[in-house]
Design a protein around this ligand. Structure first.
Ligand SMILES: NC(=O)C1=CN([C@@H]2O[C@H](COP(=O)(O)OP(=O)(O)OC[C@H]3O[C@@H](n4cnc5c(N)ncnc54)[C@H](OP(=O)(O)O)[C@@H]3O)[C@@H](O)[C@H]2O)C=CC1
Ligand SMILES: Cc1cn([C@H]2C[C@H](O)[C@@H](COP(=O)(O)OP(=O)(O)O[C@H]3O[C@@H](C)C(=O)[C@@H](O)[C@H]3O)O2)c(=O)[nH]c1=O
Ligand SMILES: [Mg+2]
Length: 288
């Protein structure tokens, strides 16, 4: 199975290459610059894949507030172009979206039927990307995930390990609750879904996939420091005491039953991968 992946150095793109092996063809911006209209289609036509995965996106949440055109291009227009080309070629398409499409107002687990209401530019462009993909390719699978971490790229785990090595106390928001999700777990889920779609499995549309148990950013930070053996005091603060350009949703715990029902993909425990990621960073001398 030839799997064409948009994104090469990103967290999920790297994990797909690690886990998917030989059949994965990963294209970074040097091979296909998705800011350019037509680049996605050209790459798809040239590579003749059996399955297409979009692991690229504009993911700088705060920066997106003042860079909306680029966020829209990468999070909506490029995925729409991929979906159109995939549909024309009759190839399955797997796209990734985010918990930031929700407003997080209610403390209730969100399933795929919950209404979206993004609070920031990143979330709005990702939400528009979801609709554009579904309209262009009704057979597409859109995996909504959250709080992605890995040994690669930039993420909260690496930020905490860096700050935790420099300071003995940090203030972290404790009223935003969600689910950390390892890029490797997302890659395994995508590869499992890809295999089933390739064999003609029927599931399509939105799917929630998030690590368990649910936790706040402060609780996540505490677990990171515990695993790293760093003694850092984490002060639990409110969102209003940590002002950022983009507003973030408060409660985005996702109900992940549908992806298990349709594709047999179980919800992972993020603490297992957190231990492996820490060990990998330590080995590279990146964990300080
Ligand atoms: N990070 C997170 O916490 C979360 C992410 N998601 C979603 O998961 C998916 C993967 O995210 P993640 O792995 O963290 O992303 P990263 O930010 O780690 O990587 C972004 C990827 O997008 C590619 N990209 C950016 N700009 C361009 C461009 N102009 N042309 C081509 N490619 C480009 C990068 O290419 P290159 O390889 O050349 O660097 C890179 O591979 C995205 O859809 C994201 O919205 C969902 C929830 C949480
Ligand atoms: C560094 C730091 C962050 N924070 C807060 C800010 C924010 O509310 C929260 C997380 O900060 P980050 O900027 O790392 O996370 P953020 O970039 O908002 O992460 C999001 O990225 C996009 C791509 C997604 O799709 C989401 O699922 C989510 O993972 O922690 C503190 O309270 N104290 C700190 O010292
Ligand atoms: Mg960020």
């Amino acid at each position: 199975m030839r799997m064409l992946v948009f994104g090469r150095n990103g967290q999920v793109a790297r994990a797909l290459q690690d886990i998917g092996g030989e059949g994965v063809i990963a294209l970074g911006r040097d091979e296909a610059d998705l800011m350019q209209a037509g680049a996605a289609r050209n790459a798809i036509t040239a590579n003749k894949p059996d399955i297409i995965v979009n692991a690229s996106a504009y993911t700088a949440v705060d920066k997106a507030e003042t860079d909306e055109a680029a966020a829209r291009r990468l999070n909506m227009e490029a995925p729409a172009e991929m979906a159109v080309a995939a549909a024309e070629m009759g190839v399955p398409f797997i796209h990734i979206s985010t918990d930031y499409v929700f407003d997080g107002t209610f403390e209730a687990r969100l399933d795929e039927n919950a209404a979206i209401n993004p609070l920031n530019v990143y979330g709005r462009t990702k939400g528009d990307g979801e609709s554009a993909v579904m309209n262009a390719h009704p057979g597409a699978v859109i995996l909504r995930t959250s709080w992605v971490f890995s040994e690669y790229g930039g993420n909260f785990v690496k930020t905490m390990l860096r700050l935790g090595a420099e300071r003995d106390a940090l203030t972290i928001v404790a009223d935003q609750i969600g689910g950390p999700t390892a890029a490797a777990d997302i890659a395994r889920a995508i590869i499992a879904i890809a295999g089933k779609k390739h064999r003609g499995a029927p599931g399509a549309g939105l799917y929630h996939f998030q690590g368990a148990p649910a936790v706040s950013w402060a609780g996540f930070a505490e677990k990171i420091f515990e695993i790293a053996g760093l003694s850092v005091k984490v002060s639990h603060i409110k969102t209003e005491d940590y002002p950022t350009p983009a507003t973030r949703p408060l409660y985005t715990v996702l109900d992940c039953a549908k992806v298990e029902r349709d594709f047999g993909v179980a919800q992972p425990d993020w603490r297992t991968e957190l231990r492996r990621v820490f060990a990998a960073l330590e080995k590279e001398g990146q964990a300080q």
